[in-house]
Design a protein around this ligand. Structure first.
Ligand SMILES: Cc1ncc(COP(=O)(O)O)c(C=O)c1O
Length: 435
C-alpha cells in the first residue's frame, strides 16, 4: 500500500475507527498523489514567474490557447474559466458557493460538522465514488423496492454489493421506516451496511413527512446502536422540488454527527435542481466531527477522481457558479418550481377526480419529477408498448403493475389528454386480453 494511503488510513482510524471499518479495500488503498504532475504544476503556478512549462495545456498571449469557433460562442466568460483544467476537486469558488447553498437550504446543518462539497461529474459519479470507497463484494446496500434502476448497476453489478430491498410504503401508505429498520438490523452478522436514501424518490415522487423523517433517522441510529457501521447516503437529486407538506430539508442534516458508527454522505448536484441535465455538475459531501477524517476522505475522493476522469468539465462548473452568484437565480428558480408544482397539482386533481378509479391506484407523491401508477388490471409493459405504438405516448414500465409518468416533461394543459389516453389505452389492453 502507498505510504500516503497508509497515512490517510491512520488518520481516519485514529479519530473515527468505525469510518475506517467502512472503507472498502479500494477505499483503503486510495490516495491523492502529492508529488505528481498536479502538485508540481500547482507549485509552479505560484512560483514560476518566468516560464511555466509544467502542465499539459497550451498557452498563448497569457491565456489558454483556444479556437475562435469555440470561444466566440462563450465570450461572456474568460478563457481561463472555460478552457483550462478545473482542479480535481472542482473550482474552489463553486465548492464554497455550494456549501453556502447547503447551509441556507438546510438549517439543520448549521450546527453540524461537514466538509466542503467536492465536485463530481454529476450525481451518478458521486454515487460511484461512494460505491468505490465503501463497498466490498458482499456488502449490503439497502434500498427501497421502488428505486432508481442505476443503483443496481453501480453498487451491485460494478462493485458486487448484495442489494437488500424493503417495501418503500407501509400499509398506511407512509414511508416504511419499520421495514428499513428491519433491513438494517438484519445486517448484524456483517456489521456493516450502506443505506441509500433518495427523496424526492425516483420513481414515485414521494418525500416523507417530518415525523417519518425522524423515524428514518431512528432506524439508522438503532442499527448503529446494534453494532452496525452504516454509510448513510442521501441521494438528493430532486432536492427543493417539494410541493406539499413533506420534509423540505435533506436528511443529511439529521444524519450528520448522529453516531460514531454512522458516516453521512450527501450526493447532490445541479442536474435536476437547476435544470442542467447535460452539464454534469454534482457534489459529494462528507460529515464527520473529525477534521482529519474529512480531509482524508477528501484526499481519497480526489484520488478516485484523478484516476477515473482526472477532473470534471470546467465550462459547466463556471456556468453553474455564475448562476449561483446571479441575483436573478432565486427568482428564476422559483418560477420553474411553480411550473412543476402546477403540473404535480394538476396530476393529483385528475387522479383524485375518480375518472380513472377502475384502472389504477397511484402511489403517494408530493415532490420531484415523477409519479407512479399502480395498474389494477393490465400488465405495465403491455400497456407501455400499446401507448407507444398506438398513441405515440412514452412512459416507463416498472415490474408487473407500475407505470412511471414524468409529469415534469408535460405542459400542464396537456396532462388531462395524457392521462385520459393512458386510461383509454388501459381499457383497450384489458379488452384485448379478454378476447
Ligand atoms: C435518484 C437519482 N439519482 C441520481 C440520478 C443521476 O443524476 P445525474 O444525471 O446527475 O448523474 C438520477 C437521474 O435520473 C436519479 O433519478
Amino acid at each position: 500500500m502507498h505510504k500516503l494511503a497508509q497515512q490517510l488510513n491512520e488518520a481516519i482510524e485514529r479519530d473515527t475507527p468505525h469510518v475506517y471499518n467502512m472503507l472498502s479495500d479500494l477505499g483503503r488503498k486510495m490516495y491523492f498523489p502529492k508529488e505528481g504532475i498536479l502538485s508540481q504544476s500547482a507549485e509552479a503556478k505560484a512560483k514560476a514567474t518566468k516560464f511555466n512549462a509544467t502542465i499539459g495545456i497550451a498557452l498563448e498571449n497569457g491565456q489558454p490557447m483556444h479556437l475562435s469557433v469555440i470561444a466566440d460562442h462563450l465570450s461572456a466568460f474568460s478563457p481561463k474559466d472555460i478552457f483550462d483544467y478545473a482542479p480535481p476537486a472542482g473550482k474552489p469558488e463553486l465548492r464554497s458557493a455550494w456549501r453556502k447553498k447547503l447551509l441556507e437550504e438546510n438549517p439543520s446543518l448549521r450546527d453540524k460538522s461537514f466538509g466542503t462539497p467536492i465536485v463530481t461529474n454529476a450525481l451518478t459519479h458521486g454515487l460511484s465514488i461512494v460505491a468505490d470507497l465503501f463497498v466490498n463484494p458482499g456488502d449490503a446496500v439497502i434500498i427501497p423496492d421502488k428505486n432508481w434502476e442505476n443503483y443496481e448497476l453501480n453498487f451491485g453489478t460494478r462493485r458486487g454489493a448484495e442489494m437488500v430491498y424493503y417495501p418503500l410504503y407501509n400499509e398506511q401508505q407512509k414511508f416504511n421506516a419499520a421495514g428499513l429498520r428491519e433491513a438494517i438490523l438484519a445486517q448484524r452478522p456483517k456489521g456493516k451496511a450502506i443505506v441509500l436514501l433518495n427523496f424526492p424518490n425516483n420513481p414515485t415522487g414521494y418525500t416523507p413527512g417530518v415525523e417519518e423523517g425522524k423515524q428514518i433517522v431512528e432506524a439508522i441510529r438503532a442499527g448503529a446502536e446494534a453494532g452496525i457501521d452504516i454509510v448513510a447516503v442521501t441521494d438528493d437529486a430532486y432536492f427543493f422540488l417539494f410541493f406539499e407538506d413533506s420534509m423540505k430539508e435533506s436528511l443529511f442534516g439529521s444524519l450528520c454527527n448522529l453516531h460514531p458508527r454512522v458516516l453521512a454522505v450527501k450526493v447532490d448536484g445541479a442536474t435536476k435542481e437547476e435544470f442542467v441535465w447535460g452539464f454534469r455538475v454534482g457534489f459529494i459531501t462528507y460529515a464527520s466531527e473529525s477534521e482529519a477524517t474529512l480531509q482524508a476522505l477528501e484526499q481519497k475522493t480526489m484520488g478516485l477522481i484523478r484516476a477515473t476522469i482526472s477532473s470534471g468539465a470546467h465550462p459547466s462548473q463556471t456556468f453553474v457558479l455564475h448562476a449561483l452568484k446571479s441575483p436573478d437565480f432565486p427568482a428564476q428558480k422559483m418560477e420553474k418550481f411553480h411550473i412543476m408544482k402546477g403540473r404535480a397539482n394538476r396530476v393529483k386533481q385528475l387522479l383524485d377526480s375518480g375518472r380513472y378509479r377502475d384502472a389504477w391506484d397511484y402511489y403517494p407523491f408530493n415532490s420531484g419529477y415523477f409519479m407512479c401508477l399502480k395498474l389494477k388490471k393490465v400488465n405495465a409493459e403491455t400497456l407501455r408498448e400499446h401507448l407507444l405504438n398506438k398513441y405515440g405516448i412514452g412512459t416507463i414500465a416498472l415490474g408487473e403493475t407500475d407505470l412511471r409518468v414524468a409529469f415534469s416533461c408535460i405542459e400542464e394543459e396537456h396532462l388531462q389528454e395524457l392521462f385520459d389516453t393512458i386510461y383509454q389505452g388501459a381499457r383497450e389492453v384489458e379488452q384485448e386480453s379478454r378476447e
